[in-house]
Design a protein around this ligand. Structure first.
Ligand SMILES: [Fe+2]
Length: 423
């Protein structure tokens, strides 16, 4: 009775029954050829409803979750591969930027486009320019997957920083229709000493049970997935696993999973990404940094053993691309092109590889998506094919059948580096 009177006095309806406002999202997670997760945040707790269909608002299907929450996470399934579905939240309507194209069938040779972005959530002018350059560049051929290389939200990966420097920056053009596969950096780990409580884990949904292809990891900290004929592995260079080891222990929990995952992969292309690079002379020096030296010594041999094609990282606020290298576990000075460069055929910026000969791995640091930093006096790496800290930018990868083309798109909208690998 007392509550009833208070409600009458305030003329109030319970908060959850009011028209809730979406304050974050929608954004897309874990999308495969048949299912995916749509997430968003509301200002007050409500139930969750998503309408979806190829011809929205006609012939709509819907998923409803009656639980009241501000953090909405709805899985839609039973989708067909390679199809564009529109979706709406709470109300059946067509919203022009809310759509998702499902992935091609696993193993498909069709062309896919990847956008890899590192060290971006700063709120800087560079971040906006890099974003706008990509928005313009992908008009004709949209992005199939958006890969983050860590240090997503500065300075400490806090939820408010994710809101201001990440969600608000990319919401209009990318989040509602770009399938995201995140990776954390050291700044994202500053949010909380207890890694389980990081905003990074609260905000994102990763495939921990092998549901997007790849081997079950059992943790959101690291995971793998497949798109068409490419196998992707998101390795975590920041977290200590339950057995007390980290990625720099080649016999630890994560490294063991990485070996099993790579061994099980049957797809022709493999791209591995994590935050802290094994080779950099940008704002971080992999000759003097103990952690990154260990990544090189402990993890690079695993990547080489399984013929990983590309390794993407951030951390240094630069763009640095090596030639295809193998067996270069020492410091930069020890690099010898006669000993460490491997491909069946090498032309400037074009590499032919096949199983009959040893294959090098191309290592890319793409950590200037928002940050833009200094470099070491010995910049660039001796193994560098192209490197710059003069400009921010991000990486676009186009993979079709047996050809991969990589382009580093600067914040000025121009392609400054282009390379290709032919299998
Ligand atoms: Fe970093």
């Amino acid at each position: 009775m007392k509550h009833f009177i208070i409600l009458l006095v305030l003329g109030a309806i319970p908060a959850w029954a009011q028209q809730a406002k979406i304050v974050r999202g929608p954004y897309l997670q874990n999308f495969t050829s048949t299912s995916g997760v749509i997430r968003w945040r509301t200002d007050v707790p409500t139930d969750s409803r998503v309408y979806y269909g190829k011809e929205l608002p006609r012939n709509a299907k819907s998923v409803h979750d009656a639980r009241l929450t501000t953090e909405h996470e709805v899985k839609i399934s039973g989708l067909q591969a390679n199809q564009t579905y529109f979706y709406s939240i709470a109300k059946l309507e067509k919203v022009s930027n809310q759509f998702v194209k499902t992935l091609p069938k696993p193993g498909s040779q069709q062309a896919i486009r990847i956008w890899a972005l590192g060290d971006f959530g700063t709120g800087s002018k560079n971040q906006l320019l890099v974003r706008d350059a990509v928005k313009d560049f992908v008009k004709e051929k949209p992005i199939d997957a958006w890969i983050w290389l860590g240090d997503n939200a500065y300075g400490s990966g806090k939820d408010v920083e994710y809101q201001k420097n990440v969600f608000e920056i990319y919401q209009e053009d990318f989040f509602p229709n770009t399938k995201l596969w995140p990776n954390p950096g050291n700044h994202d780990y500053k949010d909380n000493p207890d890694s389980k409580k990081l905003a990074y884990y609260q905000n994102f949904t990763m495939p921990m049970n092998g549901e997007a292809g790849g081997l079950k990891s059992g943790t959101e900290a690291y995971y793998s997935f497949n798109i068409g004929n490419v196998h992707f592995v998101s390795v975590n260079s920041e977290e200590t696993s339950e057995d007390g080891t980290s990625i720099v222990d080649s016999t630890g929990q994560q490294a063991q999973w990485l070996k099993r995952d790579l061994a099980a992969n049957k797809l022709p292309w493999t791209i591995v990404y994590f935050h802290e690079p094994p080779y950099s002379k940008g704002s971080h020096d992999t000759d003097t940094d103990e952690e990154m030296t260990k990544v090189r010594q402990q993890i690079v041999p695993i990547l080489e053993r399984y013929r990983v094609d590309l390794v993407l990282a951030g951390h240094s606020h630069s763009y640095e691309r090596t030639v295809p290298i193998r067996g270069h576990l020492g410091q930069n000075e020890s690099f010898d092109p006669n000993k460490h460069v491997f491909a069946k055929e090498i032309k400037p910026n074009h590499y032919v590889v096949d199983k009959s000969s040893a294959q090098g791995t191309i290592y890319i640091v793409a950590g200037s998506g928002g940050q833009l930093g200094k470099s070491q006096p010995s910049f660039p790496l001796k193994s560098s094919a192209f490197s710059t800290v003069a400009l921010g930018g991000s990486l676009i990868l186009d993979i079709a059948g047996k050809k991969l083309v990589g382009k580093w798109l600067g914040s000025d909208g121009k392609v400054h580096d282009a390379f290709s690998i032919q299998k």
